[in-house]
Design a protein around this ligand. Structure first.
Ligand code: SAH
Ligand code: AVI
Length: 342
């Protein structure tokens, strides 16, 4: 049997699972809360099995999905200054995915810190962590990498525990890129920022990428690309549910839609039942009855304006050191630090 990427690179890469509660129990609770009755919805973290992660990576390469390219251009131009300002030897990333854009930061981090350069990568998808880890140890010969497979909150808790064991070390740069914070409602987003804030030491920084509001045709095309990659990503959720819950969702019975909700300033990803459907779910010993046209909301992706960003920061205990904007104000990269008064 071929060795997995993680087995081939034991020295500078390690991965462990972190959880607040068992991942399957969490899916059961989220499905119970959101899927048994209409209006139906699920949190977006269940998209990311190995296939979902590969599909997200393919979305980033579609001509319509501008956020990755805009954020990459901001990182490429400002990475040196960001690492110098952070004065950090450790980079902690939430929802790291392939870590492709992170490479812009890891290069100056390694140049500045040499063998002290350390990358803590967190993602719910263990496969994508191992794949990225294998690539990064090859590319960065002095970097050590610790992967935390699990939810953002579990990773932040694990970091707090590790910190308590080892005492406060050098300054760290936390990153939360790709506008992943936009996948949370306001109250949840503020709570997550507060948890990050509590995990940070006084000299740590947070680099936060946020997508901005822009013309609706650009937004809707980004979430419904012509090649159908985003549609496949959305529909893949049904195969995750079939596998994990013993369900029998039929992908052919649903279509992908991604309308912009102006009032809430967010794209909503929907799976819309094309006809009445009966869906067996063994894990709940039940059959869901979906009507024709019924929507399962699978994701929100908020598009921020200046007021929304100010409100987020005001509630989070974080202060803005700097903000870089891409193009016509289409994407924001914010350098934040803990408010010592908060
Ligand atoms: N940061 C990368 C990837 C963004 S895609 C970029 O900017 O391109 C979102 C990533 O976060 C995926 O890799 C997904 O597996 C991970 N993810 C989604 N929800 C998560 C959660 N609740 N906790 C930890 N990781 C999560
Ligand atoms: C990860 N997250 C920020 C992406 C987004 O844009 O909301 C996920 C995505 N969904 C569809 N396309 C991309």
């Amino acid at each position: 049997m071929a060795a997995s990427p993680a087995e081939r690179i034991p020295e500078r890469y390690s991965r462990r699972t972190v959880e607040v509660r068992d991942a399957h129990a969490e899916l059961l609770a989220d499905f119970r809360a959101g899927m048994l009755e209409p209006p139906r919805s699920l949190p977006p973290k269940y998209f990311y099995d190995a296939r979902g992660s590969a599909l997200f990576d393919a979305i980033c390469d579609t001509p319509e999905y501008y956020p990755t390219r805009l954020e990459a251009s901001l990182l490429e131009r400002n990475a040196e200054a960001i690492i110098a300002a952070a004065g950090a030897s450790t980079l902690v990333e939430l929802g790291s995915g392939t870590s492709r854009k992170t490479e812009y930061l890891l290069a100056p981090l390694e140049r500045a810190a040499g063998e002290r350069a350390h990358y803590v990568a967190n993602d719910v998808c263990a496969e994508i962590l191992d794949e990225a880890g294998a690539r990064l140890v090859e590319r960065f010969p002095q970097l050590s990498i610790r992967a935390l497979a699990g939810d953002y909150i579990a990773a932040l808790e694990a970091l707090t525990d590790d910190e308590a064991e080892s005492g406060h070390g050098e300054a760290r740069l936390f990153t939360f890129l790709g506008s992943s914070l936009g996948n949370f409602e306001d109250a949840e987003a503020i709570a997550l920022l507060q948890t990050i804030r509590r995990t940070m030491g006084p000299d740590d920084h947070l680099l936060l990428g946020l997508d901005r509001v822009k013309p609706v045709d650009v937004l809707e095309a980004a979430y419904d690309d012509a090649a159908g990659v985003t549609a496949a990503f959305n529909l893949n959720l049904l195969s995750v549910l079939n596998r994990e819950l013993g369900a029998d969702f039929d992908e052919r019975g649903f279509v992908h839609r991604a309308p912009f909700n102006h009032q809430a300033s967010r794209i909503e990803m929907h799976l819309v039942a094309q006809a009445p459907q009966q869906v067996r779910v063994d894990a709940f010993d039940t059959t869901l009855e979906l009507t024709a046209g019924e929507v399962i909301r699978t994701e929100i992706s908020r598009k921020f304006d200046a007021t929304m960003i100010d409100r987020l920061l005001a509630g989070s205990g974080l202060l803005r050191d700097r903000e870089w904007l891409a193009g016509d104000g289409w994407y924001s990269l914010l350098m934040l630090r803990p408010d010592s008064e908060a």
